[in-house]
Design a protein around this ligand. Structure first.
Ligand code: ATP
Length: 223
């Protein structure tokens, strides 16, 4: 069999807005798993949650500035370009077509992993990609049930296994716990506070310029 290329990480989310919790996790996973790149894929129309507040174009722009000059960080807007609901399995199908000989590593938080059986055509996901579960605070890996069984059957603790097969394995990895969430950032901005040190400065600037999330001049910087 032809040698596979280095794996690609796929980091989906609403990124409404992107913050250091996302960026630090992506960076650590890229290093730890020897990923050739991480593709940040903002969701167009999420099937399982309310529509994002920021326009898709702004969420893409925020990601682009947050990842500029970061080697291997790629913004991929295929979901916002695609009409209809943004199903992960459709995204993986199109990535598999584009990268036939490359392992794909779908990165999900433990919270998302626990809801995997509710995802559209979830059983096909492991045919198309590995699933890399990033630990978040307060979440336990399932020990029993369908997901516990799946972890037993498909789990691996070896990074080399992710490089040796194009898809099909589950790898759980702990990332530095930064308790930052977009929801909290949106609430903070709506109250007129400055989100600095939670996200790159260029993202905060874009939010301010767009007047997004009810942003007004930051009252934290008044003298
Ligand atoms: P919201 O508060 O709007 O739900 P969020 O901050 O959880 O947003 P999303 O864009 O929904 O961000 O998340 C995209 C992915 O990033 C998900 O897999 C999620 O588990 C992960 N993620 C979000 N916040 C963090 C964080 N602080 N540390 C590590 N991973 C995170």
């Amino acid at each position: 069999m032809a040698r596979l290329k280095a794996p690609i990480g796929i980091f989906g989310g609403t990124f409404d807005p992107v913050h250091f919790g996302h960026l630090r996790s992506a960076f650590e996973l890229k290093q730890a798993l020897g990923l050739a790149q991480i593709r940040f894929i903002p969701c167009g129309n999420p099937p399982h949650r309310a529509a994002p507040i920021a326009e898709a174009a702004l969420r893409v722009e925020m990601l682009r500035c947050a990842t500029r000059k970061r080697p291997g960080f790629v913004v991929d807007d295929r979901e916002v370009q695609r009409p209809g609901l943004s199903y992960t399995v459709d995204t993986l199908d199109s990535l598999r077509e584009e990268f036939p000989a490359t392992p794909l590593c779908l990165i999900v938080g433990m919270d998302s992993f626990l809801s995997l059986p509710k995802w559209y055509h979830w059983q096909r996901i492991l045919d198309l990609a590995h699933v890399v579960v990033a630990h978040r605070p307060g979440w336990q890996a399932p020990g029993d049930g369908a997901l516990g069984q799946l972890l037993t059957d498909r789990g691996t603790e070896l990074v080399a296994d992710l490089h040796a097969a194009p898809a099909g394995l589950i790898f759980v990895h702990e990332v530095t716990q930064l308790e930052i969430a977009s929801t909290g950032i949106r609430a903070l901005i709506a109250k007129g506070h400055d989100p600095q040190f939670l996200m790159p400065d260029c993202v905060a600037t874009l939010i301010r310029e767009a007047g997004c999330y009810g942003s007004a001049p930051g009252k934290d910087n008044e003298t």
